[in-house]
Design a protein around this ligand. Structure first.
Ligand code: SF4
Length: 478
């Protein structure tokens, strides 16, 4: 199998331009996000308690985040009592180093992995590849991503950038016994044949976790394909990697959040498989790993607490914000450049990669607020994005032209006569370029008109209309 490609070091605007110029990508994005939007709407229509469940979910997450120190200690104590070995990782490189070291200690030549965006966040695919350990992605979409040498483009549908026609061609080229019929079922069978013996012969399983249950020390993973169970049962060693914000006080709290997560992610009432892993195999168990490790990852999360981003720690990774984002629906996930795309990615990427290289993401947002509306835990994404814009300005990361332009605008706007004169000149100039109600090209605003039409100014300005109304009223009363 091909290894993951190194992300192209192109700036956001160049990546966005590439995405916009790809008509096949547009079809793929439209199919996935359109389906996700319809299914979520139908699921919510059948679940009138969603608003109350959302408030409850928000309260649960806020409570855990406010008492993170308490729940982390409780979780560790109970996980160790169940036979798990708990490791703490302050950074992404610490986390991937711990996982690779555990694989080496287990003498692993082949590891199976069940989808975990945290694994992508800590660079685990690359670290395993660099260590010469064969990595087998078992989630169907991740399998497609791995075959294509891509990175995930969506946190729930990692292969959403591929059409089914492209996937079919790829399977035919790279699978040992590919499908012959052009049906989804035949393609799934082809992937099954390709993966089955790898599931059974892996030395180590690596999974993520949707929840960490403090009062039992269990980890909870949800999938629709059953690959989490098949991944984590046969190998001798099971390693779970999870961000520290995944904690919940109890199993009941995990189920309360699950109701929100699943409906928001896939539009189903419940996932096909919800599995709680609690320690290694015990005497009398028919199967299960001999060793069970949990790697708890910080990687900027406690910094988010300190830096006004604690609301973002509520994120359930459901993907609803990206499915409903007008920018994401044009570009797909790769254009964002980081591990996490869409609105939540635009908030998280500056934490993970630094604001300097990712400040354009906050600027790309239209601030229409749809992402917060659909977020199952009411994360104020637009406010957080405005916060990054503000920070970028305060840290001096915005270009000098922006500083000069805004200073000029502030000066003109605070001098009414100058403002009226500048407006009159601008309007006359714009009318020269008007074509049927639109301006399709004009010097100084070509950055806008190269990709979008600009509405031609109305014949009269708002101020002129107000003045005319005032004059009419005065005449009528005299
Ligand atoms: S920010 Fe909200 S909508 Fe977006 S992935 Fe996280 S929980 Fe889902």
């Amino acid at each position: 199998m091909k290894h993951s490609a190194t992300p192209a070091p192109l700036p956001f605007k160049a990546r966005a331009a590439q995405a916009l110029a790809d008509p096949t990508l547009k079809i793929a994005i439209g199919r996935t996000t359109g389906t996700a939007e319809r299914k979520r709407a139908a699921a919510l229509a059948d679940f009138p308690q969603f608003g109350a469940a959302r408030d409850q979910g928000k309260r649960i997450k806020d409570h855990v985040i406010a008492h993170l120190d308490h729940y982390l200690v409780e979780f560790e104590r109970n996980a160790i009592a169940s036979g798990a070995q708990v490791h703490w990782a302050a950074t992404a490189s610490d986390a991937s180093r711990i996982v690779v070291e555990l694989c080496r200690q287990a003498g692993a030549r082949r590891v199976t992995r069940v989808k975990s965006m945290l694994g992508e966040e800590i660079g685990l695919p690359h670290a395993l590849d660099a260590a010469g350990i064969e990595r087998v992605e078992t989630d169907l979409a991740e399998h497609i991503v791995q075959l294509g040498g891509d990175t995930p483009s969506h946190i729930v549908w990692p292969a959403m950038h591929r059409t089914r026609e492209q996937v079919s061609a790829m399977f035919k080229q790279l699978h040992r016994a590919p499908h012959t019929e052009e049906t989804i079922e035949a393609m799934v069978e082809s992937a099954r044949r390709e993966l089955r013996d790898k599931f059974l012969s892996a030395d180590v399983a690596i999974s993520g976790a949707n929840f960490l249950v403090a009062d039992t020390g269990a980890t909870c993973t949800v999938t629709n394909e059953g690959n989490a169970e098949l991944t984590t049962t046969p190998p001798r060693v099971h390693i779970v990697t999870a961000g520290i914000e995944k904690l919940v006080p109890s199993t009941a709290h995990a189920f309360a959040l699950l109701r929100l997560l699943v409906r928001s992610a896939t539009g189903a009432d419940v996932t096909q498989y919800t599995t709680f892993h609690c320690g290694p195999r015990q005497p009398g168990d028919l199967d299960g790993p001999q060793e069970f490790h949990i790697v708890l990852v910080d990687n900027g999360r406690t910094r988010m607490l300190r830096e006004g981003l604690k609301d973002m720690l509520r994120c359930l990774r459901c993907g609803a914000c990206m499915n409903h984002c007008v920018v994401f629906r044009q570009l797909g996930g790769h254009a964002y450049g980081g591990v996490y795309p869409g609105p939540m990615g635009a908030v998280l990427t500056p934490v993970l990669d630094g604001l300097k290289s990712s400040r354009d993401l906050a600027h790309a947002c239209t601030l229409n607020g749809r992402c917060q509306e659909v977020c199952p835990v009411d994360i104020p994404l637009p406010t957080l994005l405005r916060g990054w814009r503000d920070r970028s300005w305060r840290d001096g990361l915005e270009p000098r032209t922006m500083h000069v332009g805004l200073a000029g605008w502030a000066f003109v706007a605070s001098h009414p006569r100058l403002y009226r004169l500048a407006t009159a000149i601008a309007l006359r100039a714009m009318r020269l370029f008007r074509r049927g109600g639109w301006i399709r090209g004009m010097p100084f605003i070509s950055g806008w008109t190269a990709h979008r039409d600009f509405p031609a100014p109305a014949p009269k300005t708002f101020m002129a209309m107000a003045r005319a109304m005032d004059e009419t009223r005065t005449r009528e009363h005299t």
